[in-house]
Design a protein around this ligand. Structure first.
Ligand code: ZN
Ligand code: ZN
Length: 146
């Protein structure tokens, strides 16, 4: 990475998770301790870990984000990872306030237990947790399909 910066940088491109990664922050990933990056997904601000690809999402951005990812991933044929319970009783620290995050049961498709900090109104999403939620078959299709 010693090459001089181009005078006409390309516009930033979303990565394969459809995350537009911005500047590094001082906040630390609760899973792998790498620094989180400011990032956006469809103009919604998130904090993103470039190492484990988890992300910290504001609670009110969570459902719109799931809806958006569903439109992206269902068209690319991404597949659901096998369920991994190895993190069932881990304890994560909130990247923003360092308090222990608490379980946030998500009752929709995917049936996962997320980690949240109510104080900061954020949810931590592992990459495979987000995929499970987004790609879980929508129950309504069971009835609409014949
Ligand atoms: Zn990480
Ligand atoms: Zn917090």
């Amino acid at each position: 990475m010693d090459e001089p910066q181009s005078s006409t940088p390309l516009p930033p491109q979303p990565n394969e998770d459809d995350v537009l990664v911005g500047a590094e922050t001082a906040h630390v990933c609760p899973v792998c301790q790498a620094n989180l990056f400011d990032a956006t997904i469809e103009n919604r601000s998130v904090r993103y870990c470039a190492k484990c690809r988890g992300m910290l999402v504001l609670i009110f951005n969570f459902l719109p984000l799931v809806e958006y990812m569903r439109t992206v991933w269902s068209s690319t044929g991404a597949s659901i990872q096998p369920r991994d319970n190895s993190d069932a009783d881990r304890k994560l620290s909130c990247p923003l306030c360092a308090k222990i995050m608490i379980g946030y049961p998500y009752g929709g498709p995917g049936n996962v237990n997320l980690d949240s900090c109510e104080r900061c109104s954020v949810i931590w999403l592992d990459r495979n947790e987000l995929r499970r939620i987004v790609l879980a078959p929508d129950r309504t299709t069971l009835y609409s399909k014949r």
